[in-house]
Design a protein around this ligand. Structure first.
Ligand code: PLP
Length: 351
C-alpha cells in the first residue's frame, strides 16, 4: 500500500497563506550592466562585505545543483543544517497539535527543536543492531505525524540505515521523511538525493560541517521537491547565509579533490584506530561505522572518559543514551592526533 502525499495538506495553516519576504535585492531585474545600488541603505564604500549577500545564494546553488544532479529549485540553504531542520519544523508542524517521530539513539537536535517548537517528539528506539523498527514507527504514527527523522549514517552509532527500511518508510509514512546525511561523504552508501524524483515526501539534508571541513562557516543544505523547497522559502530569513560563508563554501565546492583527499586520509586513520581499539582489554566491542567517528563499548565509559580528559584528549561519553550504556564516541583526527590518542589508550589498558 502506497500512501498518497499531498504536500500542501502537510503545511501549517498560517504558512499556507504567506508569500516569501521580498528583500531590496529581490525586487529588480539585473540587465547585466554596471548598476548603481541605492536601494538597501548600505554604506556605499567598498570593503568586500558592505553589500547585503544574495538572499537566494544563486552561485552556490548553481554549483550544488550541477554536482548533485538536481534543479536549483530543489535546494534550500541555511545557517547550518540545524537551521534547515528548524525551518522544517516551523513550516510543517503546528505547535501543541502535530508530532514528529525520531529514532534514538540519534542526533540530539531533533529533540531540542521539537521542544523549542512545542511539538510532541515520539521516540521509537532503534533495534539492537541500530536499524529502524518499522512496525513500531507505523504504530506510533497518526494523522498528525508530520516529520520522521532518519539519520544515515547515524550519529552516535556510526552505521548507515539499511535502504530497504527507508524505502518502506517512504512508502508508508504519511508525512515527510527527512534523511539527515551529515556523514554521507564518509559512507559507501549512495545519497538519497538520487531518489527525490521517486518520493514526493523525501527530504535530504547535508552539511559542509563534517567532510567539507567548514563547521565554522555554518552552511547546511536541504534537497527536496521544488514544492517542498517553495514552502521553506516562504519562511526562511532573507539573508540567512552571509556573504563570507557563501564565498568560502563556493571555493571549497570548487576544490572537491582536496575534500576527497582529506576524506580518504580520515578513512585510513579510522581503520588504524579501529584496529587499536579492537585490541584493547577495556574495550568490549566497536560498532561498524560509515562515518568519521567510532562508537566503542568499554568497561566503564565515565572512568575512561575522565582519564582521557585528564590527558587533554576530549572525546564524547555517550553512556546516557538509550542502547549506548558504557559507550564512547571517538572522532577520527589527524595522524598526529590519533597517535597521541593511541599512546594514551595503550597506557590506560594496563591500568
Ligand atoms: C554534526 C551534525 C549536524 C550538524 O550540522 P550543521 O550543518 O553543523 O548544523 C547535523 N546532523 C547530524 C546528524 C550531525 O551529526
Amino acid at each position: 500500500m502506497k500512501i498518497e502525499i499531498n504536500i500542501n495538506n502537510l503545511v501549517r495553516e498560517n504558512v499556507k497563506g504567506l508569500s516569501p519576504y521580498s528583500s531590496a535585492r529581490d525586487e529588480y531585474v539585473s540587465d547585466g550592466s554596471q548598476m548603481v545600488f541605492l536601494d538597501a541603505n548600505e554604506n556605499p564604500f567598498e570593503n568586500g562585505v558592505n553589500r547585503y549577500p544574495d538572499p537566494q545564494q544563486r552561485s552556490l546553488k548553481a554549483v550544488l545543483a550541477s554536482q548533485k544532479g538536481v534543479d536549483v529549485s530543489q535546494i534550500l540553504l541555511g545557517n547550518g543544517s540545524d537551521e534547515v531542520l528548524d525551518l522544517l519544523f516551523r513550516a510543517f508542524c503546528e505547535p501543541r497539535e502535530d508530532n514528529i517521530i525520531s529514532l534514538p539513539p540519534t542526533y540530539g537536535m531533533y529533540k531540542v527543536l521539537s521542544n523549542i517548537n512545542n511539538i510532541e517528539n515520539r521516540e521509537v528506539l532503534l533495534t539492537e543492531d541500530f536499524q529502524p523498527n518499522v512496525a513500531e514507527i507505523l504504530k506510533a504514527m497518526d494523522q498528525r505525524s508530520k516529520l520522521l527523522f532518519v539519520c544515515s549514517p547515524n550519529n552516535p552509532t556510526g552505521n548507515g540505515i539499511s535502504s530497504a527500511y527507508i524505502h518502506e518508510l517512504l512508502t508508508k509514512f504519511n508525512g515527510l521523511v527527512v534523511i539527515d546525511e551529515a556523514y554521507i561523504d564518509f559512507s559507501k552508501d549512495a545519497s538519497w538525493i538520487g531518489e527525490l524524483s521517486q518520493y514526493p515526501n523525501l527530504v535530504v539534508t547535508q552539511t559542509l560541517s563534517k567532510a567539507y571541513g567548514l563547521a565554522g562557516i555554518r552552511l547546511g543544505i536541504c534537497y527536496a521537491s521544488s514544492e517542498i523547497i517553495a514552502v521553506l522559502n516562504k519562511i526562511k530569513p532573507p539573508y540567512n547565509v552571509n556573504e563570507l560563508t557563501q564565498q568560502r563554501a563556493l571555493e571549497r565546492l570548487q576544490n572537491t579533490e582536496k575534500v576527497q583527499e582529506e576524506v580518504t586520509n580520515i578513512l585510513k586513520e579510522r581503520s588504524v584506530l579501529e584496529a587499536v581499539l579492537a585490541d584493547m582489554n577495556f574495550v568490549d566491542r566497536i560498532y561498524p561505522t560509515d562515518a568519521n567517528f567510532i562508537l566503542a563499548k568499554v568497561d566503564d565509559a565515565t572512568k575512561r572518559y575522565n582519564q582521557l580528559l585528564e590527558a587533554g584528549i576530549v572525546i564524547r561519553n555517550r553512556t546516557t543514551q538509550p542502547l549506548c550504556s558504557n559507550t564512547l564516541r571517538f572522532t577520527v583526527g589527524t595522524a598526529a592526533e590519533n597517535k597521541k590518542l593511541i599512546e594514551k589508550l595503550k597506557e590506560l589498558d594496563n591500568q
